[in-house]
Design a protein around this ligand. Structure first.
Ligand code: AMP
Ligand code: ZN
Length: 443
């Protein structure tokens, strides 16, 4: 894009970022063998790989042998909880993270000291590639904790040498104060929080000119190109799309460079395939399918051919920035039904599990997701059991509150709850339609 003519591209690791494809593939083969070696130390992969005729890392002779490796699904990781995928002695693990959306049985990823260092350098590569330097002041407005976005970006920012402010998510007034007090130049947040922040700015009389902001990294949930442009226009900054998932360490998997035309997936750390979710065959380059990732940069928890469920496509043209790593289109959505509500992943089945466990709740329910201002709002509509009287408001309100609280405790979002008379919610003829997502794709 126009940036290519005007920008001096900067590379965190120029050699690796611009490695010729043949050398990049030789590197990948080497690392794939290592990853298979680590995987063979785990009971899950020992069995799965043996069934595919792979009993030692030497069985991987070319990159084409990747296709012999069976896919790994989220449920496999859940079944392996807590230590089924750990491939090094527990004493050598220095940290764990878990997926944000999983309650009940979470999926856990373990890191050795070297794993953290490798992950951090990928995040630093992303940050530096957008033009940031150690002169920048970086406010990380995302949840810290088990979610990888907090500590992952934090460490990457420090690696670049920026002044990092671990503000965490929420509390817009405090975010503004920090931005002003420390002349913050770059932030990281979900796109919906950035839109919310802008609305709050107007409410609180904070002017764009009062801030020193130049850039934002926005990710953790899908958003459209129009949303990016809207945020950029409102805040007068550059917004870069950041893609990652806890199974692949977290942020730092794929990121936009200054050309802002697709996300470079770091192929020295990950092997990316795009498959047809029904046939599981690779789709031709440029066609949309499900992203399948193999982690090449983590020894403590090897994950091979992971079905992300995220839908994307490869760009076929090289990027003007000179990086040789392929680019992904922004994620179009998911091949399963996971909802992302203000950055928190929620499966409708988790909601169902909760409400169906409450005996006063009837048999039918509907989940509605809509935009309220810049944020997502989740409404859970449930029928009440036939022996509940709709004209007695006291017990109804108590029931509503109980459902709300139970949902909040288990899926960490705060839904609106509506109770409906038994039999009054729509029933479909074929498969039940449980989710109505009213959010427009283009905000
Ligand atoms: P988690 O493992 O909890 O960090 O969630 C990872 C999931 O968040 C991914 O598999 C995607 O579905 C979603 N996600 C993360 N970053 C993006 C992004 N930039 N665009 C769209 N979806 C994203
Ligand atoms: Zn580029």
């Amino acid at each position: 894009m126009s940036a290519a003519n005007t920008v001096n591209f900067q590379y965190w690791n120029k050699k690796m970022e611009t490695l010729p494809r043949a050398e990049l593939e030789a590197w990948q083969l080497d690392k794939l063998r290592e990853a298979v070696g680590f995987a063979l130390r785990t009971p899950f992969y020992r069995e799965r790989l043996a069934a595919a005729g792979i009993t030692d890392a030497g069985g991987i002779k070319t990159l084409a042998d990747l296709k012999r490796i069976p896919f790994t699904a989220k449920n496999d990781l859940r079944d392996g909880f807590p230590y089924g995928f750990l491939s090094i002695p527990r004493d050598e693990v220095i940290r764990l993270h878990a997926s944000s959306g999983t309650t009940g049985t979470p999926t856990t990823i373990y890191f050795s000291r070297e794993d953290i260092a490798r992950w951090t350098s990928f995040v630093a590569r992303c940050i530096y590639g957008t033009g940031c330097t150690q002169r920048d002041v970086f406010q990380n407005m995302i949840t810290y904790g088990l979610f990888t976005g907090g500590l992952g970006f934090h460490a990457g920012g420090e690696e670049v040498g920026m002044l990092v402010i671990p503000s965490g998510a929420g509390n817009t007034s405090r975010q503004f104060r920090l931005m002003q007090d420390f002349s913050v130049t770059v932030v990281h947040a979900t796109p919906s929080f950035l839109l919310h922040l802008e609305a709050k700015m107007r409410e609180e009389g904070v002017r764009r000119e009062d801030l020193s902001l130049k850039r934002a990294f926005a990710g953790a949930e899908p958003y459209s190109e129009d949303t990016r442009r809207r945020i950029e226009g409102l805040l007068n900054i550059d917004v870069y799309n950041s893609y990652g998932l806890s199974e692949m360490n977290g942020p730092g998997v794929a990121f936009e460079c200054q050309c802002k035309n697709g996300l470079h997936i770091w192929e020295d750390g990950y092997i990316a395939e795009i498959v047809n979710p029904d046939t599981l065959e690779n789709v031709p380059d440029g066609e949309t399918g499900e992203l399948v990732l193999t982690c090449l940069c983590r020894e403590a928890t090897p994950i091979l051919r992971y079905r992300t469920r995220d839908l994307s496509a490869f760009y076929t043209e090289p990027c003007p920035c000179g990086r040789t790593h392929r680019r992904l289109h922004r994620i179009k959505g998911r091949s399963d039904d996971m909802l992302i509500i203000n950055g928190v992943n929620v499966f409708p089945s988790q909601i169902e599990e909760v409400i169906m466990g409450i005996k006063e709740v009837g048999n039918n329910y509907l989940i509605v997701v809509e935009k309220e201002g810049a944020l997502d709002r989740l409404t859970v509509k449930t029928e009440v059991g036939p022996d509940i009287f709709m004209d007695d408001s006291r017990p109804l309100n108590a029931l509503k509150e109980r459902i709300r609280k139970t949902l909040q405790a288990s899926v960490t979002i705060n839904p609106r709850v509506e109770l409906h008379e038994s039999g009054s919610l729509p029933v479909s003829e074929g498969k039940a339609v449980r989710v109505r997502d009213m959010r427009k794709k283009d905000v």
